[in-house]
Design a protein around this ligand. Sequence first.
Ligand SMILES: Nc1ncnc2c1ncn2[C@@H]1O[C@H](COP(=O)(O)OP(=O)(O)OP(=O)(O)O)[C@@H](O)[C@H]1O
Length: 333
Amino acid sequence: MTTTPTFHELADRALAARNAAAYGHDALITCDRVVRIFSADGVEVQALQGLDLLVRKGELMALVGASGSGKSTLMNILAGLDRPTAGAARVADHDLVTMSAKERLAYRRTTVGFVWQQTSRNLLPYLTAAQNVALPLQLAGTRGGRRARADRAKELLDLLDVAECRDRRPHQMSGGQQQRVALAVALANDPAVLLADEPTGELDSHTAEQVFAAFRTANEELGTTIVIVTHDQSVASEVRRTVAIRDGRTSTEVLRHSEVDSATGQENLVAREYAMLDRAGRLQLPAEYTRALGMRDRVALELEPDHIAVRPDDTRNDDAARNDDAARNDREG
Ligand SMILES: Nc1ncnc2c1ncn2[C@@H]1O[C@H](COP(=O)(O)OP(=O)(O)OP(=O)(O)O)[C@@H](O)[C@H]1O
């Protein structure tokens, strides 16, 4: 039985709704039901299908997804190179949907830094490492002149362990060194967010580890928030938080933290998987879980005091038995 709320209850509810914090109010990156549709030759492709994502200040996280899941589309939106078709996207208080062309340019120069997969896209071939790092400072009109820019370049190249490359041009460096210098370039203007698209895609695993160490250093020493996009699942072990993208939506996420074993005193990394719950209450279950239990179309739910149980649909067996009976009757009749 439902009871009609009193006027005071309605007033309290309205006040609570007004005071409720907006989605992602305390996040540095907020994607709220982001949709991106491409139209090519009259065919529409929904690259992002209502993607939700929150990234807090100071995080180092990875977005992992298969080819075509929408990673690059999301990256281009966060980088200010593309706009969502619908939904909201904010980075460090910049509204990526309504930003003007002028604001977009300033945003790309000072708020975000990028490291792309292709080393050639990150560095100018005719400049040395130090000159490459100094260039974004010059473009942003940073005060202090040539001397200050050279000092900043030295500081970043030292920090990322590529001091020896200072006077070398990109072709005189290894792939891993080029990516670490690219990271220094991306950090030059002290961006609020650093975006990296498959930054180790062209590197062997040993070199990739060194590049990841440089990302961790940037995150820990400079406090830069870093989002790394990759299709490589092994990257997941390099960061504390991995969010999976599937079919243009964030699906599951894995958080890792260290726990000290009280018996042995040994520190272990513990990983736990979570599913995203959107504001409509929709939950995407990992395909391998649903497949393992033969779940499809419908599942049985039970609310328990501290959890919700999701079980295979127990009426399916009854339905199947009924269908078998009907088939048998048809045959016999
Ligand atoms: N400019 C475009 N025009 C038409 N379709 C596009 C465009 N860009 C991306 N798509 C489509 O959108 C979907 C998502 O593409 P996206 O490049 O974001 O995926 P991805 O996860 O980055 O893949 P990959 O790892 O292969 O780069 C794909 O189906 C792709 O074909």
